[in-house]
Design a protein around this ligand. Structure first.
Ligand SMILES: [Zn+2]
Length: 108
């Protein structure tokens, strides 16, 4: 189970975007990377592939390593490491959930 999920708010720990916060828009488990809104912006030159399409430069987020970001807990608002807990639900059975190491609350 991934410790970081799409929709999480994270803070960047190192690199040129250190200290920046953003929402995770994509997780790439195979590469151990995530794409974070507004973080690690790169410029890409676009060549028109179809008629009528404009060429130019677009800015978009490039993936960064998961180890370079830290989750911001939606409960206590602090940056935190993620723990795992098994919940026993009478209906759903055993369920693995993420917990905030700072406040101990279950993180969505
Ligand atoms: Zn918390």
């Amino acid at each position: 189970m991934a410790k970081i999920k799409v929709g999480d708010e994270v803070v960047v720990l190192s690199g040129k975007d250190k200290g920046k916060r953003g929402k995770v828009v994509q997780v790439i488990p195979k590469e151990g990377k995530v794409v974070v809104e507004g973080v690690n912006i790169v410029k890409r030159h676009i060549r028109p592939t179809r008629r009528g399409q404009e060429s130019g430069i677009v800015e978009r987020e490039a993936p960064i390593y998961i180890s370079k970001v830290m989750l911001i807990c939606s409960r206590c608002g602090k940056r935190t490491r993620v723990g795992m807990k098994i919940l026993e639900d009478p209906v759903k059975g055993k369920e693995k959930v993420r917990v905030c190491k700072k406040c101990g609350e279950v993180v969505g």
